[in-house]
Design a protein around this ligand. Structure first.
Ligand code: SF4
Length: 208
């Protein structure tokens, strides 16, 4: 069971936030955001959680806010996506050998999920990983996605600490870590476009 139900009740705070926004913006998705891309992909990208006006509104990961602009343009450049990214789920963009999911499927207030919520949603992440027979590389964006993915493999984050550009073997896959491609990180220079492209260059090598 890799996809939660539309009314998943496991995190009461997030379910209440979802309901609040269903009332405020009835045209938005306002539900757990499903994974994007085919299960036979060799690359899985794990983000943090849907952005309120991004994936929570559009229903597709990284679609509708700045983080998606950088992520999808890089994916297209490195052959992991084809088409044109227009920040809408009906833009026709297709992932190639790549799948995208989030560590937490529901939008958290202030973009900050609580530890218990990350743990509640982890079984969905574990299922996404388990249903990908050809998976070779997992790219995690940011520390929370990193830690939850490490735990999904039964490891302790203290054994596999987060580091931008870091790599670690986790069972059958290679974990590659990057700073999150958020507007905040790019505006402050924590993550530059060149740094992000270097990560994807390395992923291409690992997959080949
Ligand atoms: S974050 Fe995950 S576990 Fe929590 S309510 Fe949403 S889908 Fe369910």
């Amino acid at each position: 069971m890799s996809e939660p139900s539309r009314d998943c009740p496991l995190c009461p705070r997030l379910a209440a936030f979802r309901d609040e926004w269903r009332g405020r913006e009835p045209g938005w998705h306002n539900a757990p955001v499903p994974s994007f891309g085919a299960a036979d992909a060799r690359l899985l990208i794990v983000g943090l959680a849907p952005g309120l006006r991004g994936a929570n509104a559009t229903g597709r990961p990284f679609t509708g806010d700045y983080a998606g602009d950088l992520l999808y343009s890089t994916l297209i450049d490195f052959g992991f996506a084809t088409g044109e990214f227009l920040a809408r789920p009906d833009d026709g963009l297709t992932l190639q050998d790549c799948r995208i999911t989030n560590a937490v499927r529901c939008v958290p207030p202030q973009n900050k999920p609580e530890t218990a919520e990350i743990a509640q949603c982890r079984p969905f992440l574990e299922s996404v990983i388990a249903e990908m027979p050809r998976l070779k590389v997992i790219l995690v964006l940011g520390q929370i996605a990193h830690q939850s993915t490490v735990r999904a493999f039964g490891e302790k984050p203290s054994r596999v600490p987060f580091k931008h550009g870091g790599e670690a073997a986790l069972g059958r896959v290679m974990l590659v870590s990057s700073y999150h491609c958020s507007r905040y990180n790019t505006n402050t220079g924590v993550l530059t476009e060149a740094m992000f492209r270097d990560v994807f260059r390395r992923i291409r090598t690992l997959i080949a």
